[in-house]
Design a protein around this ligand. Structure first.
Ligand code: C2E
Ligand code: CA
Ligand code: CA
Length: 614
């Protein structure tokens, strides 16, 4: 055996090496060269000690002599490989046996190398180094793997937690967007989803038909406004409790908005069951709700629609239930309305008119026609009433009776009236400039009652008068009885301001509203127009053959008593004209005297007013 050669430090792994050899000199020699390389060395003389030390100290490498008494090297190796604690320790056999079969045996039972004695120290050290390096590299890989595994476990646990959190957040979000936050009831989005499922089931005949009710609570907004939102919220929760008591277990209750609920009854072929339910719901509203030390009363209004598989989509169901509800609203408090298709067509018509009228006002597709007003004693035209006409691109000329009520309901009447007033004043100024009219002449323009509650009405009127340069002393505004009855102070102020501008006011359609006499007295307006329902033939109040109709006489006397002149509208026959004259009526208007026309020159001619002959 030769002296050990020092390998460069950086290439030398230093390990804990167990040497097993029954010859003490061999152990000594091996210890020396291995120690010389910086390895820690344990040496044992027999196989039993080797197994013991290997198990307790777990060296990095074992140099194992093959030929030993009792347990030879192969036997020791086999036992090491059989034990989990020692299985991984690399074993290098050292042996004088250097037959190939010996080496094969050594490798077969798990040795990593086989060094034949006598050996060169360099060779042995080189092999030791190689196997130590391998061993350390393996250990490193094992450690890294273990670390990696640990990290994977930790990260997996973390991800599982995160996914759990996200799923929970998602569920909460889904609940939030499909439920009402106050009552925790399903909201409209949820109901639409449910309806979608039901419609699918109905198509595959798993369900027959269904009933949807939209329930609206009147007065809830009033509670919010007067007692505050907290009381309003308490009331909503209490209402829900009552509704839940009233509903059969199979009904589905949804909460749309503050005061609106929906009740869905599946497999409901019998509308009478739904109607019976509305009665139960109404009964629930009869008892007061004790909220904020007050007893509060509410009423429900309901729109009902029934559908079967063939009838379209969920959104139409909701639309139709709402259309029915809108009708119920018109009926007043505590009303129920069942949808029918005519309602939908009406609603559609309403919507179309609203949209198209909006365009018509903007594009100035409205014109004015004029109808004469005559004084009964002088038989002379004393004024004209301006009446609007809509030139519809498809339907031709449309009469106001078809669109004025829609304009009023939608607020479009404000813009419409202002447009008409502007056109009428421009026309008036022209007549004035042409000398067609005298100081007595009155141009009547209709004004919706809504105009009176516009804070800028008088400013707007002044602007029109300024722009048109019309002399407003020839102007009369016709305002309906109910318009003049609203918020008295404001109306009285506006009337005062009109008087200051010498604009007259006529109470239009008189007799159709509920004017109180004392109120009429306070208004101090110049003229009163008896509604044509009292004048036209075969209508209440003025039957042919009766020469002194009580109502008309009473109105004329009353108006005169209050200093007003009286106009009768809807005069169609000479007989009526004569009756009115006999009753002392001042002015008349109607088809007898002239239909509304855009040919106002003809009207002036009829009035005998001097027309320039150009
Ligand atoms: P109103 O103010 O009572 O106008 C009289 C309506 O009765 C006119 O209908 C006129 O054509 C009609 N009429 C006139 N003489 C007779 C008659 O002898 N017999 C019958 N049966 N009817 C007669 P029109 O032009 O269709 O207007 C209907 C309503 O529309 C008006 O009723 C008025 O309330 C409203 N209106 C018309 N133009 C305007 C406007 O510019 N602004 C506002 N706010 N409402 C308007
Ligand atoms: Ca009128
Ligand atoms: Ca009228």
């Amino acid at each position: 055996m030769t002296q050990p050669v020092n390998l460069p430090q950086e290439t030398r792994p230093q390990g804990d090496i167990l040497i097993v050899d029954d010859i003490a000199e061999n152990l000594e020699y091996l210890s020396k060269i291995l120690n010389g390389q910086g390895h820690k060395v344990r040496a044992v003389l027999d196989g039993h000690s080797a197994l013991k030390v290997a198990k307790s100290a777990r060296p990095d490498l074992i140099l194992l002599d093959v030929k030993m008494p009792e347990l030879d090297g192969f036997e020791v190796c086999q036992r090491l490989k059989a034990e989990p604690q020692t299985r991984d320790i690399p074993v290098i056999f050292l042996s004088a046996l250097d037959q190939t079969q010996d080496k094969v045996n050594g490798f077969t039972i798990g040795g990593v190398d086989y060094v034949a004695k006598p050996f060169q120290a360099e060779e042995l050290l080189a092999r030791v180094n190689t196997h130590l390096s391998l061993r350390f590299a393996q250990a490193q890989v094992q450690r890294l793997n273990a670390e990696l595994e640990q990290r994977v476990i930790q990260r997996t646990a973390q991800l599982e937690r995160e996914i759990g959190d996200r799923l929970k957040a998602q569920e909460e979000l889904l609940h939030f967007i499909t439920h009402n936050p106050l009552t925790n009831l399903p909201n409209r989005a949820f109901l639409m989803q449910r309806l979608g499922q039901i419609f699918n089931q109905m198509q595959s005949r798993e369900q027959s038909s269904l009933v949807l009710m939209i329930v609206e609570c009147k007065h809830l907004q009033l509670v919010n406004n007067s007692l505050g939102y907290s009381a309003g919220d308490q009331l909503v929760v209490a209402i829900v409790r009552r509704l839940q008591t009233a509903l059969p277990p199979t009904a589905f209750l949804a909460h749309f908005s503050n005061d609106t609920f929906a009740i869905l009854m599946e497999n409901c072929d019998d509308l009478s069951a739904a109607i019976a339910l509305t009665k139960v719901i109404h009964n629930e509203a009869v008892l007061p709700f004790d909220i904020a030390d007050k007893s509060l009363y509410i009423t429900f209004r309901m729109g009902i629609v029934q559908r079967s598989a063939s009838d379209g989509k969920p959104k139409y169901l909701l639309r139709d239930a709402n259309t029915a509800l809108a009708q119920a609203r018109k009926k007043g408090a505590a009303k129920v309305q069942i949808f029918n298709p005519a309602m939908y067509h009406r609603a559609l018509h309403f919507f179309e008119i609203q949209n198209e009228l909006n365009v018509a006002i903007a594009q100035q597709n409205l014109t004015l026609v004029y109808q004469p007003l005559q004084s009964l004693d002088k038989r002379a035209v004393t004024g004209l009433e301006a009446l609007v006409r809509w030139h519809h691109p498809v339907r031709g000329v449309i009469s106001p009776s078809e669109f004025i009520s829609i304009a009023e309901e939608t607020g479009l009447i404000i813009a419409l009236d202002r447009y008409v007033l502007r056109r009428a004043c421009i026309q008036l100024c022209q007549w004035q400039a042409e000398g067609l009219i005298n100081g007595e002449f009155r141009l009547h323009v209709n004004l919706s009652s809504q105009q009176l509650s516009q804070p800028d009405f008088i400013d707007y009127l002044d602007q029109i008068l300024h722009d048109s340069k019309a002399n407003c002393c020839n102007l009369t505004l016709e305002i309906t009885e109910e318009g003049l009855m609203q918020e008295d102070q404001t109306v009285l102020q506006i009337l005062q301001q009109l008087k200051q501008r010498c604009i007259h006011v006529s109470i239009d359609d008189f007799g159709t509203g509920y004017s109180s006499l004392s109120y009429l007295q306070r208004l101090k307006v110049e003229n009163l127009k008896i509604d044509r329902s009292f004048i036209s033939p075969n209508l209440d109040g003025f039957n042919d053959g009766e020469d002194n109709p009580a109502i008309v006489r009473a109105i004329i006397d009353l108006a005169h008593g209050l200093g007003m002149t009286v106009t009768a509208e809807g005069v169609e026959t000479l007989a009526r004209w004569e009756q009115l004259k006999a009753l002392g009526c001042d002015f008349a208007q109607g088809y007898l005297l002239g239909r509304p026309t855009s040919d106002f020159r003809q009207l002036f001619q009829a009035a005998g007013v001097n027309l320039p002959t150009n």
